[in-house]
Design a protein around this ligand. Structure first.
Ligand code: SF4
Length: 406
């Protein structure tokens, strides 16, 4: 069989299969490029089942490019809360603002323009151009590389950029005339449902007859992919600081700096523990946490002037990023008696001699900006359970707060 025959067979069978079997997904209701763009960004690193409810909420809140561009960032992040990889949401909004400023709110039918939008890489631009505008552009992600590596028995390492470029060139030659959108979605669908990473369902596969990996029994060997490094562990400890007096029932939280990991999300005050103290995180060390409690007290006092007394361990929790795992140990703490009342008395005597304490003595200390050792600005505030519903938190902190409050 010639390569051309194998290609023609693949394209024809795959397209027919997709048109009969495709899943009814909310972003497939029409070809609005904005809807497709949002769905493709949400689907990066995230399963379809997880994305669907987020997609509905997001589209009802921000139904147009303009509504997304004009929304406060905090609202967009709140809508994304739980999906992870929050830079996706920020980039999506930055891209929407570009569309409003440069293209009057209309996503252009132009590959260069779409590729230039913030957060839009070769895969996403290919998906938007093919699905929304039916342009013969490849949309090659991990699923597509796996399917094509198996069908054509390609032995190049798919972790290498050059391999992706080669597969994109191959994918273009497979697109049937006038059917780019359906064909690219068919490829993604086959990779997601049939030609899966660990257990490809070759028997019902629509292209099995000419699949080289299947014929040679190599479907589980392919694609070749060099392993990524295991994520680095970071040991961290957080505190739930319970408010007193007018802040009774509230918890102290802070907002992360405007740039960097989880930028501008809210979190519990926490610190990174030096690697050589990782033994503090073993179960048997739970009762001997004096040094850790002291570090936490110093951090909160240094940042806010509040004195805290760690009371008891609440839970351990992990947060997995692509390159780091946070191993988080969480304590509940009381506020020291002197931290509110005594500061007020001191401030009343001489606020000039005690500028920092004086600052703590008025209501301002509830919402205050402090600089940490990296000169990044952190904003602290007290929140109630209702406030938690309004502010964007990374999943880890949201779960801890929900656990505590429920
Ligand atoms: S026959 Fe098997 S290995 Fe080949 S494309 Fe289909 S599911 Fe994948």
């Amino acid at each position: 069989m010639t390569e051309q025959v194998a290609k023609t067979y693949f394209s024809k069978e795959l397209l027919s299969w997709y048109r009969l079997q495709k899943r009814d997904l909310p972003w497939r209701k029409n070809r609005d490029p904005y809807r497709i763009w949002v769905s493709e960004i949400m689907l990066q690193q995230t399963r379809v089942d997880t994305v669907i409810p987020y997609y509905h909420t997001f589209m009802s809140k921000f139904p147009t490019v303009r509504s997304l561009a004009e929304a406060p960032e905090e609202e967009v992040l709140k809508c994304w809360e739980g999906l992870g990889y929050y830079s996706r949401a920020r980039n999506l909004q930055a891209g929407a603002r570009m569309v409003v400023e440069k293209y009057d709110g209309i996503i252009p039918d132009d590959k260069m323009a779409v590729s230039g939008l913030k957060g839009v890489g070769p895969y996403t631009s290919g998906a938007i151009m093919s699905i929304a505008f039916n342009r013969p552009e490849p949309a090659v992600d991990g699923n597509v590389m796996r399917v094509l590596s198996r069908y054509f028995c390609l032995e190049e390492d798919i972790a290498k950029p050059a391999t992706r470029v080669g597969i994109e060139k191959l994918a273009v030659t497979l697109i049937p005339e006038g059917a780019a959108g359906d064909f690219n979605q068919a490829l993604m669908e086959l990779g997601a449902l049939v030609c899966t990473p660990k257990s490809p369902s070759c028997l019902p596969c629509p292209v099995m007859e000419h699949c080289e990996a299947r014929h040679t029994g190599r479907e589980l060997e392919l694609p070749i992919k060099t392993k990524a490094k295991a994520p680095r562990k970071e040991f961290r400890s957080a505190v739930i600081v319970l408010g007193k007096g007018e802040n009774e029932g509230k918890i102290l939280v802070r907002q992360r700096p405007a740039t960097g990991l989880l930028a501008q999300m809210w979190e519990l005050p926490h610190l990174q523990v030096p690697d050589d103290k990782s033994q503090w995180f073993s179960d048997s060390a739970l009762k001997e946490q004096g040094e850790l409690a002291e570090m936490l007290s110093h951090m909160v006092e240094g940042d806010t002037g509040l004195l805290i007394r760690p009371r008891n361990w609440l839970m351990d929790a992990d947060h997995i990023f692509s390159h780091i795992v946070w191993k988080m140990r969480v304590y509940v703490t009381d506020l020291g008696e002197e931290s509110v009342e005594d500061i007020r008395k001191l401030a009343a005597v001489s606020s000039e001699d005690l500028p920092m304490l004086a600052a703590e003595s008025n209501e301002e200390y509830e919402v205050r900006e402090v600089a940490n050792t990296n000169s990044d600005v952190l904003t602290y505030r007290w929140i109630s359970k209702e406030d938690m519903e309004q502010l964007p938190f990374p999943n880890l902190f949201l779960k801890i707060l929900q656990y505590y409050w429920n």
